[in-house]
Design a protein around this ligand. Sequence first.
Ligand SMILES: NC(=O)c1ccc[n+]([C@@H]2O[C@H](COP(=O)([O-])OP(=O)(O)OC[C@H]3O[C@@H](n4cnc5c(N)ncnc54)[C@H](O)[C@@H]3O)[C@@H](O)[C@H]2O)c1
Ligand SMILES: N[C@H](CO)Cc1c[nH]c[nH+]1
Ligand SMILES: [Zn+2]
Length: 440
Amino acid sequence: MAVQIRKLDSTAPDFKQTLSALLAFEAETDDAIEGAVAKILADVKRRGDAAVLEYTNRFDRIPGGAASMAAFDLKQEELDEALAALPEAQRAALQTAAERIRVFHERQKQELNGFTYTEPDGTVLGQRVTPLDRVGIYVPGGKAAYPSSVLMNAIPAQVAGVKEIVMVVPTPDGVKNRMVLAAAAIAGVTRVITIGGAQAVGALAYGTETIPAVDKIVGPGNAYVAAAKRRVFGTVGIDMIAGPSEILVLCDGTTDPDWVAMDLFSQAEHDELAQAILLCPDADYIAKVEASIHKLLPAMPRSATIETSLSDRGALIKVRDMDEACAIANAIAAEHLEISAEHPQQWADKIRHAGAMFLGRFSSESLGDYCCGPNHVLPTSRTARFSSPLGVYDFQKRSSVINVSEAGAQVLGRVAAELAYGEGLQAHARSAELRLKPAS
Ligand SMILES: NC(=O)c1ccc[n+]([C@@H]2O[C@H](COP(=O)([O-])OP(=O)(O)OC[C@H]3O[C@@H](n4cnc5c(N)ncnc54)[C@H](O)[C@@H]3O)[C@@H](O)[C@H]2O)c1
Ligand SMILES: N[C@H](CO)Cc1c[nH]c[nH+]1
Ligand SMILES: [Zn+2]
């Protein structure tokens, strides 16, 4: 079947409704998935390792069935061996990517240090930043392996100063991905456990006999993982619920149409539910991109996934001008926004909502997925309006520091007491007043 990508025109009377229908992706709240996840989590909480073992043997089809959780706990030597056994080109690529991701996230850390300041009466106020003690990183592995996601999740945690990074990754049919293990070795993951799905999230959240409970769980995953993260939030912190991948390309019609078609494919190939949209003011150019899509798709190994994604959730949209393209891009608030234009900065200045922006025709989104440096775990489903890429800040917390001098207590004590009496809280008021010097 030929790909049926919709072509829309922003001047059409029903454009707004069509676009909203296209964007509407309700985070998967399938009743069957919710029910299954609730049961798995309750079971893991109650039975610990025994439940995790059973679910892992079943859902990941472990050959022969593992007899104990020890089978899933990888030794450091296994990670090191995986790294040593990689072909040189792959090892070098992982190391280059890891180094660039580290450099970018080190910058974030510099900007996120705490502060103190001293008032004239000697009172010192400040904010102390501390890393989380122990985090769990979920690396997806059901349908494909993601070594890049190991780096993107673990390196910011390490840069933040997290002492213990526990990584979980499923190994369907018991097959371990060498590059994933090698990436864990490079990123300095403390412990790798080959479990996945809701049972892995439950084990990290509640702890089991062999797996310590963590403080926060980060990382993307399928609908089971997302539902489980949503449910354990509160017991542990979570980063975000990342939905299917999205790419929005704003193009002024000056980029090779094959490049734009392939950029749309690059996110569509992740998932049938992924979204790939082009906004362009030039109808002739849109026709060229459409022709490129038809020309290039048959040769893509994941053409069926791309075709479903483009047909169900893709669009080529003719806009009045690039200003209107920017306004629509702000409404879409895409996970990835490419501004493929001659003068990208002038349009970038008008963008307020996007998980990551890729400026200029050489900044393909795929470079960002692997090795530019910024994180590839990004807000999806319009949540870029209020949330940010995964970063060092996700692995830190802040404590306020208050050191009031005797002189400061004389001033602040009167203010606090006044407010406390206003709230009817006597003990608060008296606590402040006891520190006041008697009037001489
Ligand atoms: N946003 C990002 O940065 C990013 C990066 C990489 C991958 N992803 C996304 O993550 C997702 C990965 O999904 P995946 O499935 O490949 O791997 P996954 O690791 O998220 O899920 C696999 C697990 O799902 C559980 N599961 C599967 N079927 C089940 C069932 N019937 N009942 C109970 N549990 C079941 C199993 O426990 C299995 O181990 C994809 O949507 C991919 O696009 C996102
Ligand atoms: N584009 C994905 C996030 O939406 C991340 C990824 C990993 N590997 C390739 N791509
Ligand atoms: Zn990708």
